[in-house]
Design a protein around this ligand. Structure first.
Ligand code: ASP
Ligand code: MG
Length: 582
């Protein structure tokens, strides 16, 4: 059995043992004073039209079910056991209101919306329509960022608390309260429902103000408290989006990821424990999905096993989206943002850049490794292992396809996907007198570099016909590296075994990324020719570690012209679009 399919089988098994103990464990794990107290399972449910809705509000139905003693939980050991939390039809997913689950099984999509996508009421209305349309054919888990700029404000509130500035802290929370309430007033028409959401907003804002006030009194803002403050933005936006969905008839529940994403305790950059996270997502989200509810989950945050709130790092709600996708073994994760996906080049440098329809995880990682602000490799990692496709789409132009990242990226065939660049690099060239010495020079140079240590930006290549090796290092490390190499090769330089050790600062890397590039019509030669026509000197070149990229080193001043020439030569220009910068 292949790795991904074995994983799938294990998760199906896991799915079958919905663990009733999680409810109580969770409750114990989130002490009220932490500010991230566990909410009862049925809180925040918006009971509206649904194929499974009964006349009774859902929260009540669940309460009934949980106090009924016939809800049983089939365990892997074969012993059925009573659940305090889930009604029987949830624990026996095969039978839902008389229908077999197989009959109603829809694909599961995790849809993550970024800060600009939930930036104000009208943006949120777009989100609602996108989610509503998706629910017709999919089960949906929504993951949301904070409204744009809100996390910055919260971080600022932490800083102001650190400086003891009560007034600034108060002003920030007042502004946040107003901004969220304004959105709520536009989005929610019923007075009663508006009151409920406004109360939630006020409670979160007060929580933030209280955390800051405590910190001012203690004269210390710990990393833990900073995380609790920073994470409030998503805890404000998720209930708002849920309320807006409910307003449009989508049955949903807002859920805080502190209940789902179990992390280590590295505050500000916490890493998830996937096995525990998977168990919690199964226990908490799967039952909702089986009832046809949309879960609206906060991005960016998690909590340690002990229940201490953490954040996954700035701009990490994409990561939250892929964590959810991997944990639930989703059929697709879609990152909804304000651009048309990943582009063939940085549009600020290459005016004809267009969006890439499909690419492989490997190509996307290559782009990210080049410093492209595409997606952090860790964001893609778990999905890549499980072969779950990842799409990047534009909330403000949902009719456009955006970019799809898949295991083999091959539906658009072999060929070049993108041209990326990165600068702030330096090129060190070591030239041996005799070609036969090159392998030994390379070995010693690499050992020296490892000892500095310094990161090589380009895989050094040599061929038996070459008498020189090219080492590309970050500009900042150029002097130290050169010094170390001079030391290593002092006697070789003196006796002429090494002819030269030269530094070229301010170089840039121009990398061509794609599928099955080699054998693809003399690609390297074509690009070299195109650069030559523009009078651009190629200082070094190297095939990437995978066979899916090729890099040309040029002077920094030639970078833009090289990108444009390569982009044109490789016929990447299509209709102009706006997308994630490379
Ligand atoms: N709201 C968080 C931030 O701004 C996470 C995110 O938006 O990705 O860093
Ligand atoms: Mg954000």
């Amino acid at each position: 059995m292949s790795e991904p399919s074995r994983g799938r089988a294990e998760r199906v098994e896991l799915r079958n043992k919905v663990n009733s103990e999680f409810g109580s464990e969770r409750a114990a794990a989130y002490p009220r004073e932490s500010g991230f107290s566990a909410r009862p399972l049925h809180s925040g449910v918006h009971a509206v039209e649904s194929p499974f809705a009964s006349a009774e509000p859902l929260g009540k139905r669940r309460l009934h079910a949980s106090s009924a003693s016939h809800a049983t939980n089939p365990r892997s050991d074969g012993n059925a056991r009573t659940s305090e939390f889930y009604p029987a039809h949830v624990l026996h997913p095969r039978v839902i209101h008389g229908q077999t689950h197989e009959n109603v099984k829809k694909p599961l999509r995790v849809m993550k919306f970024g800060g600009t996508s939930v930036g104000d009421a009208s943006c949120m209305q777009r989100v609602v329509e996108i989610v509503r349309a998706a629910t017709r054919e999919s089960d949906v888990v929504v993951v949301v960022s904070a409204m744009s700029g809100v996390t910055n404000k919260l971080v600022e509130a932490g800083n102001q608390a650190d400086a003891g500035n009560r007034e600034s802290v108060a002003a920030i929370f007042e502004e946040l309260r107003q901004r969220h309430e304004t959105a709520a007033n536009v989005l929610i028409s019923s007075h009663e429902k508006r009151q409920t959401i406004v109360q939630t907003i006020q409670a979160r804002v007060q929580e933030g103000a209280r955390l800051c006030e405590d910190a001012i009194q203690r004269r210390e803002v710990s990393a833990q408290v900073r995380d609790a403050i920073a994470g409030l933005g998503e805890r404000l936006s998720a209930p708002l989006v849920a309320a807006a969905l409910a307003e449009r008839g989508v049955l949903c529940e807002a859920i805080e990821a502190t209940e789902l994403v179990v992390t280590d305790s590295r505050h500000g950059a916490a890493e998830p424990f996937m096995d525990l996270t998977r168990e919690r997502c199964e226990a908490r989200l799967r039952p909702l999905l089986l009832q046809g509810l949309v879960a609206v989950v906060t991005g960016f945050i998690g909590a340690t096993v002990e229940g201490v709130p953490t954040t996954l790092g700035r701009n990490s709600s994409d990561f939250s989206g892929t964590i959810m996708g991997a944990a639930l073994d989703a059929d697709e994760v879609i990152l909804w943002t304000d651009v048309d996906g990943i582009l063939t080049a940085d549009p600020r440098l290459v005016p004809g850049a267009s969006s890439i329809l499909e690419m492989s995880y490997r190509d996307a990682s290559d782009l990210a490794d080049l410093g492209a602000k595409v997606l952090h490799p860790k964001t893609m990692h778990a999905l890549m292992l499980q072969g779950i496709p990842l799409a990047i789409r534009n909330t403000f132009a949902p009719e456009r396809p955006g970019t799809k990242i898949t295991s083999d990226g091959s539906s658009s065939g072999a060929g070049v996907r993108a041209v990326a660049s990165s600068n702030d690099a330096a090129l060190i060239t070591v030239r041996a007198a005799k070609v036969s010495d090159t392998p030994d020079v390379l070995r010693r140079a690499l050992a020296t570099i490892a000892g500095v240590p310094v990161e090589l930006r380009l895989a050094p290549q040599y061929s038996t016909a070459q008498d020189e090796i090219s080492l590309v290092v970050p500009s900042a490390a150029a002097a130290t590296t050169l010094h170390a190499l001079r030391k290593e090769f002092t006697s070789d330089l003196a006796c002429g075994i090494i002819r030269a050790l030269a530094l070229e600062s301010d170089v840039a890397l121009v990398t061509v990324i794609g599928e099955k590039l080699f054998g693809a019509g003399g690609l390297v030669g074509r690009v070299l020719h195109a650069l030559g026509c523009e009078d651009i000197t190629v200082l070094a070149r190297s095939q990437g570690t995978s066979r899916s990229s090729f890099t040309f080193v040029v002077a920094q001043r030639d970078m833009k012209a090289a990108l444009v020439a390569a982009h044109l030569q490789l016929q990447l220009t299509a209709s102009a679009a706006s997308g994630r910068s490379l």
